[in-house]
Design a protein around this ligand. Structure first.
Ligand code: ADP
Length: 186
């Protein structure tokens, strides 16, 4: 599941995972859990996340590999907020390949910057996330998305798995749009 911060990746991924018996894997959630638990890793990542920068590739790659290897009873995975760089995408592809799996679909939620800012400001009131509370940090996250993460969409296009989805509308309508893409591959 792809899309800029505030595009609804998290919301939609959770429901899609339930519907299709997939494991929802959000690197953002995993990192926030480390922060909350006060682990050494969490402490190291805190300032990077608060500034809206990306944590090092190897940190998230390792987290994802561990989850893939410890999961049973699911039909697959919904990756949310990962891969976020071309290096992460290449690592994911290799990681799946050696385990006899592959990326089936890359759903890209498209939302304009004005709508994104608006949603993030609203989310700041309820999320309690430091990186949602500051307009400069939100702007930086969108900027980091455009410069480091958008190239991953090109990578997905070159392998034929990416689908663009209009991310503006009601949560239910967007969910239906996403499901219609999934239905074409199952
Ligand atoms: P959002 O997409 O709403 O900005 P996430 O919960 O996906 O939020 O991520 C929050 C923060 O966690 C990011 O700004 C970044 O600092 C860190 N992070 C999450 N996933 C990754 C990743 N795959 N690579 C590097 N940093 C990540």
């Amino acid at each position: 599941m792809f899309g800029p911060p505030g595009s609804g990746k998290g919301t939609q991924s959770v429901t899609l995972a339930e519907k299709y018996n997939l494991l929802h894997l959000s690197t953002g959630d995993m990192l926030r859990a480390e922060l909350k638990a006060g682990t050494g890793l969490g402490k190291k990542m805190e300032a990077i996340m608060a500034a809206g920068e990306l944590v090092p590739d190897e940190v998230v790659i390792e987290m994802i590999a561990q989850k893939i290897d410890s999961t049973t009873g699911k039909k697959g995975f919904v990756f949310d907020g990962f891969p976020r760089t071309v290096e992460q995408a290449e690592a994911l592809q290799k990681m799946l390949e050696v385990r006899g799996m592959k990326i089936d679909l890359m759903l890209v939620l498209e939302v304009n910057d004005v709508e994104l800012m608006d949603r993030m400001k609203k989310r700041a009131l309820v999320s309690g996330r430091a990186d949602d509370a500051d307009e400069a940090v939100i702007n930086n996250r969108i900027e980091v998305y455009r410069s480091k993460t958008e190239p991953v969409i090109e990578y997905g296009r070159s392998t034929g798995v990416s689908r663009q989805v209009d991310g503006v509308g009601s949560i239910e309508d967007i969910f239906d749009r996403l499901c219609s893409h999934i239905e074409t591959i199952i």
